[in-house]
Design a protein around this ligand. Structure first.
Ligand code: FAD
Length: 475
C-alpha cells in the first residue's frame, strides 16, 4: 500500500491530521507531496516574501520528513488546472491507493480538490480530507437556526463555549518508519527570489522554531498583550501570523498552549483571553469564506457597497503604496510593510481606512497590494480586515465611523517613536509636532524632505460620507 500526504498550508509534522492519518497503518509506505504552481501563485497575488518563507519551510520539512522515513515528491505545474493530470499521473506512477490532505477553504482550492477527488474516484484512489486550518471546522459553529454567524461576538461566544465543553485534541506526531526502498524524493527547485528576502530573526524558520516562538510568547509576553497590542512601537504581538498562514503552526496548537499555561483563560479577562479572541477572529473570517464563497471573488459582503463611486486616483494610490501621503502614521505603516512584509494590526486598520475613507479608493486595490507585500498574506484575514475597514463587510466598522489619521497617530504612537523609526526625514521634528510636521515646519520656515498631506482630512471625510450615502440608496 502506498499512501500520499499532500502538503499545502500545513508545513509541519506536529498536529498535522492528514499526516497522522496517513501514518496510522504501519505497513503502508508513505510518500509526501508538495506542488509548485507559479501561475496560480501569481494569480492569487502571493508575495515573493511569502514564497521565500514557504521555500525555507519546505527545506526544513523535507529534511524532517526524510528522518521520519517519508520522501517528499514535488510536482511543478503551471496552475491548478494543469496540476490535475500531473497529480493523477504521479498517483499512477507510485501506485497510490489513498490520498490524505488538510482542507484549504479558499474557493479555487476547494474547486481544485473537488476535481481531483473526482479523478481519484475514477481511478479507485480514496481521498481523505481533514481540518487543520481552524480551531473548529467551518460549518460546526452555527446559530440556533443552523446558519453561519454574521456578527463576531456571538460567534466568539459559541467558540468559547465549545472550547470549554470539548477538550482540544492535537494529532499525534507519527513514529519513524522504514524509508521506501524504491522511491527517492524529488529535488526541491529553488523558487525563492531576491525580492522575497525577509528577516529570519522575526519570522521563525521551520515548524520547531514556530512552536518555540509560541511557547516563548505565551510564557513572557501574552500577559501584557491586552495593554500593549495596539502600540506599534512596542512591537509586542506574537509575530506568528506568517507561521500560521503557511501552517508552520496550527491554531489548535496555539489554543492548547494558552489553555495549558493559563487554565482560567475562559473566565478571566486579560492578555491571554484577548489573544485567544484574536485567534477566534482568524477562525471567523475562515468560516465566513466557506459560507460566503463570493468573498473569494472580490465581492463585498454588503452588496450595496458595490454602488460606491470610487475616485481611484492612481497618483494618490502610488503615494499611499510608497508611504508618501504626508500623514506620518500612515506612511510609517506602509514603509514597515514595504520593507519587512509585515505591518502592525493597528496600522493595517489605519492604512486601510485611509485608502478607502480618505482617498476614496476601492478597497480591492488595497487588498491586492497588501497581499502582494505581506509575508503573512492570507485571503480570509486580509479580505476580512479590508472589508472591516471599508465598511463593506459583515460586522464591519460602520461607514460613518472614519478614523482621523492624525488622531490615530497621537493615540497609538504618542511620542512618535514608531514614526521616527520609519520616517528618518522627520527626526528633527519635536515630539509635540510629529503628527503634523508641516504645521511646525511652516511656522518656523523650516524645510522638510517629506510629502505634504495629499488630502485634507475633513473634506475627504465629507466626500466619503456622501459617496456611501449615495450608494446606500441601493440597499
Ligand atoms: P497577534 O496580535 O499576536 O495575533 C495572533 C494571531 O491571531 C495572528 O498571528 C493572526 O493569525 C490572528 N489575528 C490577529 N488579529 C487578527 C484579525 N484582525 N483578523 C484575523 N486574524 C487575526 N492577518 C493575516 O494573518 N494575514 C493577512 O493577510 C492579514 N491582512 C490584514 C489586513 C487588514 C486590512 C487588517 C486590518 C488586518 C489584517 N490581518 C491579517 C490581521 C492582523 O493584522 C494580523 O494577523 C496581525 O497583525 C499579525 O500579527 P501577529 O501575528 O503579531 O498577531
Amino acid at each position: 500500500q502506498q499512501h500520499l500526504v499532500w502538503f499545502r498550508h500545513d508545513l509541519r509534522l506536529r498536529d498535522n491530521p492528514a499526516l497522522s492519518a496517513a501514518c496510522l497503518d504501519n505497513e503502508a509506505e508513505v510518500l509526501a507531496l508538495w506542488c509548485i504552481t507559479p501561475d496560480q501563485w501569481q494569480h492569487h497575488n502571493v508575495s515573493p516574501r511569502q514564497l521565500n518563507y514557504q521555500y525555507d519551510a519546505l527545506r526544513v520539512l523535507q529534511q524532517d520528513l526524510r528522518e521520519l522515513g517519508i520522501p517528499l515528491l514535488i510536482i511543478e505545474s503551471k496552475d491548478y488546472h494543469s496540476l490535475e493530470q500531473d497529480f493523477i499521473r504521479l498517483c499512477a506512477e507510485h501506485k497510490i491507493d489513498k490520498v490524505f490532505y488538510n482542507h484549504q477553504y479558499e474557493l479555487n482550492e476547494r474547486q481544485r480538490d473537488q476535481r481531483i477527488e473526482a479523478l481519484c474516484d475514477q481511478n479507485k484512489i480514496i481521498c481523505q480530507g481533514f481540518n487543520d486550518a481552524t480551531i473548529f471546522p467551518p460549518g460546526t459553529v452555527l446559530t440556533g437556526q443552523g446558519k453561519m454567524y454574521h456578527v463576531f461576538t456571538p460567534f466568539a461566544r459559541a467558540v468559547l463555549k465549545k472550547l470549554v465543553a470539548e477538550e482540544i485534541e492535537c494529532s499525534p506526531l507519527p513514529h519513524k518508519r522504514k524509508y521506501p526502498s524504491s522511491v527517492c524524493g524529488s529535488t526541491l527547485r529553488d523558487f525563492s527570489s531576491p525580492e522575497g528576502q525577509y528577516d529570519t530573526t522575526r519570522f521563525p524558520l521551520g515548524h520547531d522554531a514556530a512552536l518555540h516562538r509560541l511557547r516563548d510568547f505565551s510564557t513572557h509576553q501574552v500577559e501584557h498583550y491586552a495593554d500593549k497590542r495596539d502600540l506599534p512601537a512596542d512591537d509586542d504581538t506574537s509575530l506568528l501570523s506568517a507561521a500560521l498562514a503557511i501552517g508552520l503552526l496550527s491554531p489548535k496548537q496555539c489554543v492548547k498552549r494558552i489553555v495549558h499555561d493559563y487554565p482560567n483563560v475562559f473566565e478571566q479577562p486579560g492578555g491571554p483571553a484577548t489573544w485567544l479572541n484574536e485567534l477566534i477572529w482568524r477562525d471567523f473570517y475562515r468560516h465566513l469564506l466557506v459560507s460566503e464563497p463570493q468573498l473569494c471573488r472580490y465581492k463585498p459582503f454588503q452588496t450595496w457597497t458595490d454602488h460606491i463611486q470610487w475616485q481611484n486616483n492612481q497618483q494618490q494610490f502610488t503615494a499611499w503604496c510608497e508611504g508618501n501621503t504626508g500623514f506620518p502614521i500612515v506612511d510609517a505603516g506602509m514603509r514597515q510593510l514595504n520593507k519587512t512584509g509585515w505591518m502592525h494590526n493597528r496600522l493595517r486598520m489605519v492604512c486601510a481606512s485611509f485608502l478607502v475613507k480618505d482617498l476614496l479608493i476601492d478597497w480591492r486595490w488595497g487588498e491586492r497590494y497588501f497581499s502582494q507585500q505581506l509575508i503573512d498574506g492570507d485571503l480570509a484575514a486580509n479580505n476580512g480586515g479590508w472589508q472591516w475597514a471599508a465598511s463593506t463587510g459583515t460586522d464591519a466598522a460602520p461607514y460613518f465611523r472614519i478614523f482621523n489619521p492624525t488622531r490615530q497617530g497621537e493615540r497609538f504612537d504618542p511620542q512618535g517613536k514608531f514614526i521616527r523609526q520609519w520616517l528618518p526625514e522627520l527626526s528633527a521634528v519635536p515630539e509635540k509636532s510629529i503628527h503634523e510636521p508641516w504645521l511646525w515646519a511652516d511656522k518656523l520656515k523650516k524645510k522638510l524632505d517629506y510629502a505634504r498631506p495629499i488630502v485634507e482630512h475633513r473634506q475627504a471625510r465629507e466626500a466619503t460620507l456622501r459617496a456611501f450615502e449615495d450608494a446606500r440608496k441601493y440597499r
